[in-house]
Design a binder for this molecule. Sequence first.
Ligand code: HBI
Ligand code: FE
Length: 333
Amino acid sequence: MRLASDQGKTPESPLPSRFDKVTIATMPEIDFSRLPEMGEGLFTAPLKRPAHVGEDWLEPAQHAYGSDEDAIWDELFARQMQILPGRAASAFLSGLDRLDLGRGGVPDFGRLSAELNRLTGWSVVPVPMLIPDHVFFWHLANRRFPAGNFIRTRDTFDYIEEPDVFHDVFGHVPMLADPTYADYMQEYGRAGWKAMRYNRLKALGALYWYTVEFGLIQEAEGLRAYGAGILSGPAEAVFCLEAESPNRIMLNVDRVMRTDYVIDDLQPTYFVIESFEKLYHDTVDRDFDRLYKSLGAGFTYANTAIIDVDDVLHRGTQEYYLRGGRGSGAKAV
Ligand code: HBI
Ligand code: FE
């Protein structure tokens, strides 16, 4: 289906006037029930669709895991549960509990979706690999979370290139049991559409990175992590909260969307939110059309930068980075 706004529009040209001054929440015109076509000229990652999945990139069924794969889930789960109490956001820990992800073995997406659906209307759907941005956003806009169907092997136990079922289901899914966060994730998916039309996916990707993947939240007892990239690994859950190296700065949506990020190492800067309600309103009530028009094509701030408008909680030493980061043997201090 071709979107009206796609008719002959190149990504550089902003949405037609009828989209002007429309926030994400009040963008009724786009029909998210079907995967709208990309239209010519809109960039999306050149991923090769496997023959056995359709345009929605969904696997016909969840993988049937062997006992060794279930054992890998159980070992990853046990390791994280040694580290996360006192470090993970309370919304994450209660979601983990309510969805009973520690039941043993890789969770069944059908059972998980039935329970999640009752809580916040979300479901978990299996995908073979990283899927194109526009398909990913479309699923989020429909409260479907695309989760990796495969699980890592023993020799990629500590670090994976692509999100596997442990990163996605253990790291992301418990947060979807929180109603406000569940709403944020759907609005984020809807926001993807507008970002594509302005060719500003990288900017929106930075917001995802510094919230959904590596976000921190201020709780009464102190800082806690809610980002899946932190919660699904052993080192970063400690580094992000306790190390001297990284900056910790209160999140500002406009500033974060101008900030570069690394995908293959610990973050040099973590952004902190006061609450999911504030994150939701700072995003949904934001007039992204005006913002996208003011954003350059690249990033303005390096991922180590502290700028004059920042509300800084901790000015990092960047020692981990200055000593060479991942692979250099530098300690995550
Ligand atoms: N695909 N399977 C999968 N999982 C992701 O997290 C994912 C993706 N494709 C694109 C994508 N994420 C990015 O657009 C977001 O990180 C913004
Ligand atoms: Fe992720």
